[in-house]
Design a protein around this ligand. Structure first.
Ligand code: G6P
Length: 372
């Protein structure tokens, strides 16, 4: 009903707007005096967290992209190899699992059948399992050794938004907890990352303020038939998520690519007028990724692409080559996904609305897939 939507045009619009709270509520109580601690993990014990040799993340859909984002952070902070697998691929390929494997499942509903079966299978093989879940008492957390709940509040729209940022938040807290327990980051390094995370809710609010402009862009583009998304490092899963949102909500053919793969295929798709969203890494980030992505933008622009760049405030290098620039506030490079995803969600939602579609209940999709 209209009342349940709290004055918003759709549940999705409401849930997009609730993202600062989703992140803040997921952090709440888990940072004490500047130190991350997740009491729910006490059940496993610090010794168990010190002795794990690798992490396998299992999830489906948007939750799997949250997992892909977390791989970059957990590996960097806790120096543990992390692999991310779609649950349905994981369980049917006889994965190598032992008692040094920690399986982390991610599920908003906690009821996705493929993810549940992946968790059960992994535990039968001797792995420990942690559930990152948004629904208290759901089946997956009950079938796991420990649960780290996201506190995004109930998500009604079929396409996941606030649960996604809450999942990344919970996984980052987990990564920082692991880094502290395993001694892989100094106190100062931990404190710096904690401060970055705590600053995210306010920065998401700043991104939401550009919603109207993104909406206008979507309305101009409402007859678009195909949209590409490029990203690199943590921006890569965000490109995949941007494409997924557009497919789910606006029924437009959309594909996300790792920017480094451009010359290995995707560039052949570029023809005059092809819209391409590019998630641009921070110029302050590591490994000189920024100039590489700027050069990707030049390459596609030279072939006529219509470039919409999502770039950090003050990044002037993209200006000569982008048709549109959507700005996100400065944040630590690992934290950019929590900001860059927001305009992509709004773009898909507004395009769906412009086409007169049902934003909250896209055709053929279910909020939670409880069958195989
Ligand atoms: C369905 C939903 C997606 C969601 C996926 C995983 O496909 O439409 O929005 O990302 O399931 O759901 P889960 O509840 O496991 O996070």
């Amino acid at each position: 009903s209209a009342a349940e939507k709290g004055g918003w045009s759709s549940f999705m619009a409401k849930e997009v707007a609730e993202q600062p709270d989703a992140v803040a509520n997921t952090i709440r109580g888990r940072i004490v005096d500047g130190v991350v601690s997740i009491p729910e993990l006490d059940q496993l014990g610090d010794d168990a967290l010190r002795s794990i040799r690798r992490i396998t993340v299992v999830a489906c859909g948007t939750a799997a992209y949250a997992g892909m984002v977390s791989k970059y952070a957990i590996e960097q902070w806790a120096r543990i190899p992390v692999e991310v697998e779609l649950s349905h691929e994981f369980r049917y390929r006889e994965p190598v699992i032992d008692d040094g494997t920690l399986v982390v499942s991610i599920s908003q509903s906690g009821e996705t059948m493929d993810t549940l079966m992946a968790v059960k299978y992994a535990r039968e093989q001797g792995a420990k399992a942690i559930s990152v879940c948004n629904t208290q008492g759901a089946t997956i957390p009950r079938e796991s050794d420990a649960a780290v709940y996201t506190h995004a509040g109930p998500e009604v729209a079929v396409a996941s938004t606030k649960a996604f940022v809450a999942q990344i938040t919970a996984l980052y807290l987990f990564g920082l907890h692991l880094a502290r327990v395993r001694g892989t980051l100094s106190e100062d390094e931990l404190a710096a990352q904690v401060a970055e995370l705590q600053a995210i809710p306010e920065k998401i609010t700043t991104v939401l303020e550009q919603g109207e402009r993104v909406g206008e862009l979507a309305h101009w583009m409402s007859d678009t038939r195909s949209v590409l998304f490029l990203g690199r490092h943590v921006g890569y899963p965000i490109a995949l998520e941007g494409a997924l949102k557009l497919k789910e909500l606006a029924y437009i053919h959309a594909e996300g690519f790792a920017a480094g793969e451009l010359k290995h295929g995707p560039i052949a798709l570029i023809e005059p007028g092809q819209p391409v969203f590019v998630v641009v890494p921070s110029p302050r980030g590591s490994a000189a990724l920024h100039p590489k992505v700027v050069s990707n933008i030049q390459e596609i622009r030279a072939r006529g692409a219509r470039v919409i760049a999502i770039a950090e405030a003050g990044d002037a290098a993209v200006l000569p080559f982008a048709d549109e620039v959507i700005r996100i506030p400065l944040a630590g490079p690992l934290f950019e996904p929590l900001l860059a995803v927001v305009p992509l969600q709004i773009f898909a939602m507004e395009l769906s609305q412009a086409k007169g579609l049902d934003v909250d209940q896209p055709r053929n999709l279910a909020k939670s897939v409880t069958v195989e």
